[in-house]
Write a protein that binds this ligand. Structure first.
Ligand SMILES: Cc1cc2nc3c(=O)[nH]c(=O)nc-3n(C[C@H](O)[C@H](O)[C@H](O)COP(=O)(O)OP(=O)(O)OC[C@H]3O[C@@H](n4cnc5c(N)ncnc54)[C@H](O)[C@@H]3O)c2cc1C
Length: 447
């Protein structure tokens, strides 16, 4: 008897990173066999790998994502904390300058765990290895999709690192291959239309280094975030605690031409930020790594849900579906929310065709909010180009006043945090009690 209503026995996941791992966990409840194909070779957990180059950069797990992680892997958060994650109260322990204003610090009760991205992924991997029907196959690159006579997905072609190729049959295929996703091209090769692609160019860079103990400037916070103050200032930086008593320091810039390429340029870039706190914390600290640079040219989303013809049984999720400005730290939590949607749908859906169509429609709705949050901020930079959201200037003005109010109004900051952590809809920032507080503040500022 099948474990699901769509009569599938084997599910295949392309890509074994966050979206791939979380979807594999969900699929293991509904399929006899789940195969995860990962092009990277198997490496020790908690280590950086080639297929996830962004892993060297600061990765914050939002509360919304953390709660889903705990739901899918009970006990994982405690285990990570035991092994090195730092627990921080988001308002109390984070020193945050936003548009030049310092956020109010108080005990909010909204705690997050902080660690490096490889540490987080390594712990998810360890939990997955306890699930008997999940089979990770490393060094396996997916080359193309296969269809049956009804034009439904029937499997895919895989290539081993030695160049040997073979066909692997499967009833459901998840594309979780991230920024490198080839689904759009594969569809075209199979005779389908390519989906519409929306891109917004932001020309963002990240440069990160690991430091051990920080200088005396860093004695009353766990982490620091200096968000740029556009359009005047396009640079910023963060410091986060990671496992092993170390700190990951990330500098970033939008439309910035010269990137810091060595330790002294890194310090100089930090010194030029609007706030002195980051530079003060690292100026005498000893680096424990070289500089790792990552460029993020554009936000990108595919509109698969709008295609009239699409192969039943192929689901695209995570960064393959949509990549959002990473400064807002939403990617992993969005992947987690998508995995939850998949779980709910597999409990009830009876046909692959409807599951496929509705999945893309539903995750596209999930993305609307983070996409809008990111674009509202990204279009404050003069060089940003692409399709602007409707009502952008009103939204920008209002959000800026909410942001500024977070420097003195605890209630507004709490609500802002809930939106940021994907626990509340941004519409909640327009409820009367907040409007009432933001508007007099705005009037006072303008007078
Ligand atoms: C600089 C930067 C900072 C970020 N910071 C944050 C943050 O603070 N918080 C947050 O939540 N998110 C952050 N993100 C986003 C986050 O990294 C992603 O959203 C998250 O990793 C989910 O991605 P994914 O699993 O869809 O894809 P990825 O993590 O990119 O993984 C794709 C996987 O697929 C494999 N693969 C690719 N092609 C194939 C193929 N053909 N066959 C087999 N395997 C294949 C790759 O090897 C890789 O393992 C950041 C991103 C960047 C770029």
């Amino acid at each position: 008897m099948s474990l699901n209503n769509i009569e599938g026995k084997r599910a295949i996941v392309i890509g074994g990173s966050i979206a791939g791992k979380l979807s594999a966990r969900v699929l293991s409840e509904f399929f006899e066999e789940v195969i995860v194909l990962e092009k990277d070779q198997k490496i020790d957990s908690n280590t950086l790998r080639k297929g996830v180059p962004q892993g060297s950069q600061g990765h914050v797990l939002l509360k919304g994502g953390e709660e889903i992680l705990e739901e899918l892997f009970p006990g994982i958060i405690d285990e990570m904390v035991k092994e090195g994650s730092t627990v921080s109260d988001f308002a109390q322990d984070l020193l945050w300058f936003h548009h030049g204003w310092k956020k109010k610090r108080f005990h909010s009760g909204l705690s997050i765990i902080q660690q490096s991205r490889p540490f987080l992924e390594g712990h998810i991997q360890k939990s997955l290895e306890k699930i008997p029907n999940i089979d990770f196959r490393y060094g396996c690159k997916v080359k193309k999709l296969l269809l049956n006579e009804k034009k439904e997905i029937s499997g895919l072609t895989v290539e081993k690192h030695d160049g040997k190729q073979w066909d692997l049959p499967g009833d459901l295929v998840i594309d979780a291959s991230g920024a490198a996703s080839l689904t759009s091209n594969w569809l075209e090769q199979l005779g389908f239309n390519k989906p519409k692609k929306t891109e917004v160019n932001i020309d963002l860079f990240y440069a990160s280094m690991i430091f051990g103990k920080l200088g005396v400037g860093a004695n009353n916070w766990h982490s620091l975030l200096i968000y740029p103050n556009p359009p005047k200032q396009s640079s910023g930086g963060t410091i986060s605690p990671i496992e092993g008593g170390r700190h990951l320091v990330t500098l970033l810039g939008y439309g910035v031409e010269s990137l810091p390429s060595d330790h002294s340029a890194f310090l100089q870039y930090a010194k030029n930020l609007d706030q002195p706190d980051l530079y003060e914390a690292i100026k005498t600290a000893v680096p424990e790594s070289s500089i790792q640079i990552y460029r993020f040219p554009a936000l990108r989303r595919y509109h698969y849900h709008k295609l009239k013809q699409f192969p039943a049984g192929l689901l695209v999720m995570g960064d393959s579906f949509c990549r959002i400005d990473p400064v807002f730290a939403q990617g992993m939590s969005i992947a987690a929310m998508e995995a939850v949607i998949l779980r709910k749908m597999l409990k009830t859906y009876k046909t692959k065709e409807k599951l496929t169509k509705d999945f893309h429609r539903k995750i596209s709705k999930i993305i609307e909010v983070p996409w809008l949050i990111a674009l509202t901020e990204d279009f404050r930079f003069r060089h940003t180009s692409g399709e602007k959201p409707i009502g952008l200037s009103v939204l920008q003005k209002y959000v800026k006043n909410v942001v500024l109010a977070c420097s003195h109004n605890e209630k507004i900051y709490r609500q802002f945090m809930n939106v940021l952590h994907l626990k509340a809809h941004p519409v909640s920032l327009f409820k009367p009690s907040i409007l009432y507080s933001v508007i007099p503040f705005l009037n006072k500022k303008n007078n």
